[in-house]
Structures are given as structure tokens and as C-alpha cells.
Design a binder for this molecule. Structure first.
Ligand SMILES: [Zn+2]
Length: 707
């Protein structure tokens, strides 16, 4: 996961300083008033106080407004310098404070920060809108866009004009005033409906919790889970009963343990019925959102809403995304059918006397997992000591591939005493970047793992990357080693892949930091592969006391476990991603849809209607696409995985972990940000477009049958 705190493209198009008199509105005692004097403008955590944020935000917005007004009102005709570059330079104070603030909001928050966030978020949204919708700025950008081939610009500068122009067009800058008003209405309605959707799904999920009267029915649950169910009942004033709370996905974790089949079916039914009728019916919202998004796509000049969204992604068109997903369907469903047969065998061997349903999948696949794939974490962990995984694994692999080295910088201030800082050096000994690691769980830190930056690289602004990784590993007691799971080790490699993308970035313009959703997980997922590369693994997976290497039998188990249940997991994901695209490729003149009928038809049309493998989310509770930012974008996770596995296959074809291969990948992908078309960038690196075969092999799925 990568949490991005970037402001909108146009606004982060950070910048500044053109007019120096603006600079002195904040007292010099405010650490954001000027660029940090520390190396690479590292944040002055020894000086920053919570009370510094709001004044810096206010002043940062004020400065950028003035900077943008100066560009808009410039009496000179537009030039690349006085418009596009001036725009890139604007908003540097705002960027400085926003970078630190939103990082602290994620990893070291408190009540004051929460309160500031509530106050500043709507102000930032309004600030961005005012810039993105400024017609005078757009007129200048448009004039430059029309002359872009005759301005004598280098490729990166020309691409910047195209990106800026596109950002305005996508926000509706080309529309007539009447159409702008329609767009604004559609946006407002969409925003209201998505909020309603989220509220209703939450209510439906709460209402769908399953009440159990008889303790015996809970057989299979651990004592802890039973206690949690009793506690949930108490909270609902149902003392003496048990309540099984629903999670957001179709499958429910509790189904992996419940041995009472009738209760399994009740839980499963409760899950899939969420939003499908009743007091929290989301179907009218789904149908209307699909309709209004199709209208919005048309208004902005696209045949469908998905065509509008994907035009700005690496995939470019819904056809490309659909092709990728449907190319995977035969292998994924074949494998899932094979897994279903294995589960049925398990049921039969226990004389279960019934046919497998979706409600039985988790329980029986857990039994098969234990019998055939079980990894005992207690056995593994002594070989996975955090510092060793980090320095002898993650850093070691990066050194082998890219030649970089790491030097601790305990002299630089941190926001929390567990945070560590390294300076990163290139193969030629030149300093490259700063890297912060915040690895331990805390009560004031968000869950999960992510990568972010305090400072982004830009040659225009003369900034170097200051990157941070966050994870949530349990902090060991004093003197005890931090032993982690193999999944945690993989997470370290993953987040460091994002960090490498940030640290190697070598672009001129700030706008080029940050890549679209279907690309951003590519460098991180790719970096995970090195966790199991034999030379890397042998270098870090050593017993923390004896230094002995991990026994081969354990290593073999780790590798085998990677392909467990992949038929199911791939199919449920692909089914949901296809549903998303089906909804968002409805033409603008389509009638309002019957949600149930539409979904059934789409799953059948794409040949993913497996009774025992339902979509990961049904339309009525698919919050990624109706409530979150993933409309027409859910495919992106798998798209990035296809590219990362395809890249891995390139390394294997070309001699694996060598400096030469690493350098090529760095030069052609990791250093480029979004400074050229991403599909072209990838094609230049790989020599062709990505194919799905390497992913099928990595996931252990059979090759697709010939039609
Ligand atoms: Zn990630």
C-alpha cells in the first residue's frame, strides 16, 4: 500500500519563489517558513510543534494563490517559463507543511493533529478547485499546448505541457458554461450518493451481524473468538448471546473455523445480502451512480466512464484492462475448479454427505492448508530477525542490483525515538537520498504498511528525495530480538520497492513524481521477488542466536505456500474487477439497470459465474467502486502484478540479480517517475507489451487452455 498525500496535480505542481516579497509572512520561528537547513531539507522534527501547522497551511495557501494569480494576470504572452515552469514552482511552502503534516497524521497522530486535519481538508479542497478551474490559467496552458511542437522543448518539457493540459481538460476546462454547470451538478450528486452508499453499507454490515443463541453452534471458534462474539452481543444489549460481526468482503474469516454448517450458511447469506433490499437497500444508489457516471464520461468526451478514467492510467482503455482480466479467467477458473474438487474430496473423506458451497470454502480450504501447506510461524521466526532482514536482505539486494550503500544518520532529528534514518549513497560514492524507517506498531499510528516522502526529488527545485517506510511490527521487549514473519519480511521488501522508486527518481519537474494507480504498485511488488532469491534469502534468513541458515524443508514450505488457494483468490478478484468494468462501460444512453440481473449477466458473459467462487465484493457492497476512489480502477492491483511478474521474467531471462540488469531497470523505469507515457516506458524496457503468462506461473495457475 502506498498512501499518497499529494495535492492535486495542478496544486502540487508546487512552486514558488518567483516573487520573494511573499516569503516573510510566517514568523521565522515557524520551521516551515523557509526550506529546512538540514541535509536534503529533512524535516526539523526537533523544532516542529503542532501549533506550527495551521499558520503554515494558511500562509502556504495564500502564497500559492498569489503565485497563481501572478501567472494568470501576467500581461506578457504565455511562455513555457512564465506559465508552466512558474506553475511548477508555485506552492512550495504548502508542499513543505503538507508533506510533514500528512505523514504525522498517519504515523504519529494526536487529537490536535486530528482536529487540524478536519479544519484544513475542506480548505485544501477549495484551494485546489480554485486553481484547477482558473480559466485564465487554462487559456495560457491551452495556448502553449497548441504550439507545443514549435516551442523547441525537450521531450520531458513537452510531456509536461501535455500532462498539465490534460489535467485541466479532465476537470472540465473545455466545457461550455452550461455544460460546466451540468458537470458540477453531476459531481455533487455523485459525492452525495457515494457518501450515502458508504453509510448504508456500514449500516447493512452492522445489521447483518449474525446472532447466535446456542454456544454449541460456535464449535470450531477459538476461546478468544467466542469471547469477542459474547462481547459484541453485550454491546448490542444481547447479553447471554453471541454475535458474529461481518467483515467487508464476501467471504468471512469466521467461516474458516465454524464447523456448524447451518451457521456457516447463515453467516454467508448475511454477508452476500448486504444492501440487496431491506432498510439499507443500496441498489437504487448503484443503478443511479452507474447512470450518472456514464453521463459524466460522455460530457467529458468519452464513450463511457471507464474510458474517461483509464485514459489517464497506464492501461489507457477499458479494452486493454478487460483483455488482461479475461486472459486470466480460463486459468484462474480451471484452477479454482480443481481446488473445489480437492475440497469436495476432503468433505467426502470426512463422510460430510453434502456438496461444497461457497459457505463451506473457507473451512475446508483451511483444513487442506493445514494438511498440505502449513507453515509454523514459531518455527520460522527465529530465522527472521528484523534488522538482519532489513540490512542483510532488503539493503543487500538493493546493493547487488543497484550498487547503493547505506550509512546510519542518528544525528538527524526524528519524530519518535524508534525511527531510524540512513543516508543512501550511489555506487560511485555520491550521496543520493535520505531513507527513514518507522517499523514498530504504536497506538497513534495507522495500521498496515506504506511508503511516503517528506521531500520529493526535482531538478527544477533542486530537491533530493527524503523517503519514509512505515510498518506495524510488534516492538520487542528491552533486549529481546524483533522476530518477524515471512509475510512481514515480504512487506519490508515491498515498501522498500516504493522507496527505491522515490529515491532513484531523476526528473526535472515536481509534477512527474507520482504515477497512476495501476502503475504505482509495480516497483513495490516487483521488489518482493528478491525476498526469495536464493542468494538474498541465504544472506538474511539466519537463526538469530546460532546464525544457522534456515533448513531447506522450511524454505520449500514457504515457496509451496505461495500458490495455495490461488485459483479461488484470483477468480474472486477477477470477478469483482470485471463487475467494476462492466458497470463503468455502460453507454450513456443505457436504461437504468436492475442491479441483480445486470450482475448475473456480466458474470456469465465473462465466464466467471462460479457458484462456489462468488466475487470478492457483490455490487451492493462494493465500496471500492461506489464509495471509494476505485471506480473503473479495481483492476489496477492485478494490472501492476502482471507487469511486475513480467519484469521478473525479464530478469530471469537475462541472468537474474546483476548490477547490469538493475541499472537498466533503474535507468528505464525507476528513475523516470511519470515523465513519459507509461505504456511506452514499459515497452521500451521489456521490448514488448506485458503478457499474463508470468503471473499465471507465479500464482501457480495452469496455463490457459487453447480455445
Ligand atoms: Zn504498495
Amino acid at each position: 500500500m502506498r498512501i499518497s498525500v499529494r495535492l492535486s496535480l495542478a496544486a502540487v505542481a508546487a512552486a514558488a519563489v518567483s516573487a520573494a516579497p511573499l516569503a516573510a509572512q510566517l514568523p521565522a520561528s515557524n520551521p516551515f517558513a523557509a526550506p529546512s537547513p538540514l541535509q536534503y531539507q529533512a524535516p526539523q522534527f526537533d523544532r516542529i510543534k503542532d501549533s506550527d501547522y495551521m499558520p503554515a497551511f494558511e500562509e502556504g495557501m495564500k502564497q500559492q494563490r498569489a503565485e497563481v494569480d501572478a501567472i494568470a494576470d501576467n500581461p506578457e504572452p504565455p511562455t513555457f517559463e512564465n506559465t508552466i515552469v512558474a506553475f511548477e514552482r508555485s506552492g512550495q511552502l504548502l508542499t513543505r507543511v503538507a508533506k510533514v503534516f500528512f505523514n504525522m497524521d498517519q504515523s504519529n497522530t494526536n487529537d490536535t493533529i486530528q482536529k487540524i486535519k478536519g479544519e484544513v481538508a475542506p480548505k485544501l479542497a477549495a484551494h485546489n478547485d480554485a486553481i484547477n478551474l482558473n480559466p485564465k490559467i487554462y487559456a495560457r496552458v491551452k495556448a502553449l499546448y497548441d504550439q507545443r511542437d514549435t516551442l523547441g522543448l525537450d521531450a520531458e518539457s513537452k510531456f509536461l505541457i501535455e500532462r498539465d493540459h490534460l489535467a485541466f481538460v479532465r476537470a472540465g476546462a473545455e466545457l461550455s458554461d452550461a455544460d460546466k454547470a451540468i458537470l458540477m451538478k453531476l459531481d455533487e450528486e455523485e459525492s452525495t450518493l457515494t457518501t450515502q452508499f458508504v453509510d448504508k453499507v456500514l449500516a447493512a454490515t452492522n445489521a447483518g451481524a449474525v446472532v447466535v443463541d446456542d454456544r454449541k453452534q460456535l464449535a470450531g471458534l477459538s476461546e478468544n473468538d467466542v469471547a469477542a462474539a459474547a462481547e459484541a452481543a453485550k454491546e448490542r444489549k444481547l447479553e447471554g448471546k453471541w454475535v458474529l460481526v461481518l467483515q467487508n468482503t464476501t467471504q468471512q474469516p469466521v467461516l474458516a473455523s465454524l464447523t456448524d454448517r447451518a451457521l456457516r450458511q447463515r453467516v454467508f447469506e448475511a454477508s452476500v445480502r448486504r444492501g440487496d433490499g431491506g432498510a439499507n437497500d443500496t441498489r437504487p444508489i448503484v443503478a443511479r451512480l452507474a447512470e450518472l457516471r456514464a453521463q459524466k464520461g460522455k460530457l467529458l468526451g468519452f464513450p463511457t466512464y471507464a474510458a474517461y478514467v483509464l485514459d489517464d492510467e497506464m492501461a489507457k482503455t477499458p479494452q486493454n484492462a478487460l483483455k488482461l482480466l479475461t486472459d486470466i479467467v480460463p486459468a484462474a477458473t480451471d484452477k479454482a475448479n480443481g481446488e473445489a474438487a480437492r475440497l469436495q474430496k476432503q468433505i467426502d473423506s470426512e463422510k460430510g454427505g453434502f456438496t461444497l458451497t461457497a459457505a463451506d470454502w473457507e473451512l475446508y480450504s483451511e483444513k487442506v492448508r493445514k494438511a498440505e501447506y502449513d507453515l509454523d510461524q514459531a518455527e520460522l521466526k527465529p530465522y527472521l530477525e528484523l534488522d538482519r532482514v532489513l540490512q542483510d536482505g532488503v539493503f543487500f539486494a538493493a546493493n547487488q542490483l543497484y550498487g547503493i550503500t547505506f550509512k546510519p544518520r542518528p544525528d538527524l532529528p526524528v519524530y519518535q525515538s524508534d525511527v531510524r534514518v540512513w543516508e543512501v549513497f550511489d555506487a560511485d560514492g555520491k550521496s543520493l537520498a535520505l531513507y527513514y524507517g518507522d517499523y514498530y506498531q504504536r497506538s497513534n499510528k495507522s495500521g498496515g504498511a506504506w511508503c511516503d516522502s517528506f521531500v520529493d526529488q526535482s531538478r527544477l527545485l533542486g530537491t533530493r528525495p527524503v523517503i519514509v517506510n512505515n510498518t506495524n511490527f510488534t516492538k520487542p521487549g528491552p533486549g529481546a530480538p524483533a522476530l518477524i514473519s515471512f509475510e512481514d519480511a515480504t512487506t519490508l521488501f515491498h515498501e522498500f520497492g516504493h522507496a527505491l522508486h522515490g529515491m532513484f527518481q531523476n526528473v526535472k519537474y515536481p509534477t512527474f513524481a507520482g504515477t497512476p494507480r495501476d502503475f504505482v504498485e509495480f516497483p513495490s511488488q516487483f521488489n518482493e521477488h528478491w525476498a526469495l532469491e536464493p542468494a538474498v534469502f541465504a544472506h538474511y534468513a539466519k537463526h538469530y542466536q546460532t546464525g544457522a541458515p534456515m533448513p531447506d524443508a522450511l524454505v520449500a514450505k514457504i515457496k509451496k505456500a505461495k500458490t495455495f488457494n490461488q485459483g479461488y483468490m484470483t477468480t474472486e478478484y477477477v470477478a469483482a474487477a470485471l463487475l467494476d468494468l462492466a458497470w463503468h462501460t455502460l453507454p450513456p444512453d443505457a436504461p437504468k439497470q436492475d442491479v441483480g440481473a445486470f450482475e448475473k449477466d456480466a458474470l456469465e458473459r465473462f465466464q466467471v459465474a462460479l457458484a462456489v467462487v462468488p466475487p470478492r465484493y457483490h455490487s451492493t457492497y462494493f465500496s471500492h467502486i461506489w464509495g471509494g476512489g476505485y471506480a473503473a480502477g479495481y483492476y489496477g492491483y492485478l494490472w501492476a502484478e502482471v507487469i511486475d511478474d513480467d519484469t521478473w521474467s525479464w530478469f530471469k531471462e537475462n541472468g537474474g540479480m546483476t548490477r547490469k540488469n538493475g541499472q537498466r531497470f533503474r535507468d528505464m523505469i525507476l528513475s523516470r517517475g511519470h515523465s513519459e507515457d507509461l505504456a511506452t516506458m514499459y515497452r521500451n524496457f521489456r521490448g514488448r507489451d506485458p503478457i499474463v503468462q508470468p503471473l499465471l506461473e507465479e500464482r501457480g495457475l495452469a496455463a490457459p487452455k487453447k480455445k
